[in-house]
Design a protein around this ligand. Structure first.
Ligand code: UT7
Length: 332
């Protein structure tokens, strides 16, 4: 049995936070943000819109496009670092119930911006083992809830949104996800973290107000590790599978920073038509960024059945992952 990437969906909240809005909030400029990151705007969830709400909207689209009925979905994985509730219940169980999926196995994973690729790897393993037939994987983030809007080093980057995909069993090898690589290195944990709120930190009530509950990032150090790791990772997965970069129809990297994406694309000698870019309009949506980008090429008609995608992600942990994925769904 093989695992196929059957369908995609995404949801983008309505409200836009532009670079000029940020100019009024912190000491920054549209010119600096555009030049250093490629971001022009990001979307922000409404006050009463949760991570699970956004995940549900994305999942509804992925399910509708899969042609499956909801009772055929037998597992749900949600990748998020901004869950509805810390610790429990998981955002996945809430999404499953809001969707009406019944009593399926549902759980969250925490791998930051690599979360969707980790979820893909887990779904692939469950499907290939024959334990599950149709796995819904969701990347959903309300990063605005954990962003410090007085820190210009992070608040210019992050946005909210969700993406979802269905990974289904198939006997057709030509539709199979070819390979998924995943890795981590906790010795870099301090580069990108939310230092407070977990059981690793003991804090009094006053600390709850402190910035320790928000994301903190050593941006420039993270940038350098990101370029090195992402490049090594994609070179390795292509070499190990004997696939040349010219065979990649869509390179779908995590949308953290245009300069990182450009450096990795150049290292693989990719043509700009092969590189999927959404960072300009969505910013960095962590675990949601790759499925939101795949959905963009789907909805614009660029993604067709059989197209080979190369996914590449990197994030807090540090974690990283890449995947060689033929699109096994039909387009509109
Ligand atoms: O998604 C998971 C992984 N995350 C990433 O991969 C993100 C990686 N990092 C980045 O994208 C970039 O490092 C940033 C966009 C966060 C920062 O860009 P940079 O080119 O690495 O800038 P920097 O941190 O080296 O700072 C350069 C200067 C500093 O000023 P001085 O010390 O040279 O006077 C900063 O204080 O730019 C300053 N600066 C800003 N200036 C205007 C930092 N943030 C801003 C800002 N507006 N928003």
């Amino acid at each position: 049995m093989y695992a196929a990437f059957r369908s995609i969906g995404a949801y983008v909240p309505e409200k836009i936070l532009s670079n000029s809005d940020l100019e009024t909030m912190v000491d920054t400029t549209d010119e600096w943000i555009t030049k250093r990151t490629g971001i022009k705007e990001r979307h922000i969830a409404a006050i009463d819109e949760t991570t699970s709400d956004m995940g549900v909207n994305a999942a509804e689209k992925a399910i509708a496009r899969s042609g499956l009925s909801k009772d055929e979905i037998d597992m749900l994985i949600c990748a998020t670092i901004s869950p509805d509730y810390f610790c429990m219940p998981s955002t996945a169980t809430i999404i499953a119930t809001k969707l009406g999926l019944g009593k399926v196995m549902a759980f969250d994973i925490s791998a930051a911006c690599t979360g969707f690729v980790y979820a893909l790897n887990i779904a692939k393993a469950f499907v290939e083992s024959g334990m599950k037939k149709n796995v819904l994987i969701v990347g959903a983030e309300r990063l605005s809830a954990i962003t410090d809007y007085s820190d210009r080093g992070t608040c210019i980057l992050f946005g909210d949104g969700a993406g979802a995909a269905i990974i289904s069993a198939t006997e057709d090898k030509s539709k199979a996800i070819i390979d998924v690589h995943t890795g981590s290195d906790g010795s870099f944990a301090d580069l990108l973290m939310t230092p407070n709120g977990g059981s690793g930190s003991i804090h009094d009530e006053l600390d709850r107000e402190a910035a320790g509950c928000f994301m903190q990032m050593k941006g420039n150090e993270t940038f350098k590790v990101a370029v090195r790791t992402l490049t090594n990772d994609v070179v390795e997965i292509l070499e190990q599978n004997n696939i040349s970069s010219s065979a990649i129809k869509h390179f779908v990297p995590h949308q953290a920073n245009y300069r990182i994406i450009k450096a990795v694309g150049d290292a693989l000698a990719l043509h700009e038509d092969q590189v999927v870019l959404t960072v300009e309009k969505y910013g960095n949506t962590s675990g949601a960024s790759i499925p939101m980008a795949i959905n963009d090429i789907y909805e614009s008609g660029r993604l067709q059945e059989g197209d080979l995608m190369l996914l590449d992600a990197f994030g807090g942990g540090l974690t990283w992952g890449s995947a060689l994925v033929p699109f096994a769904g039909k387009n509109i």
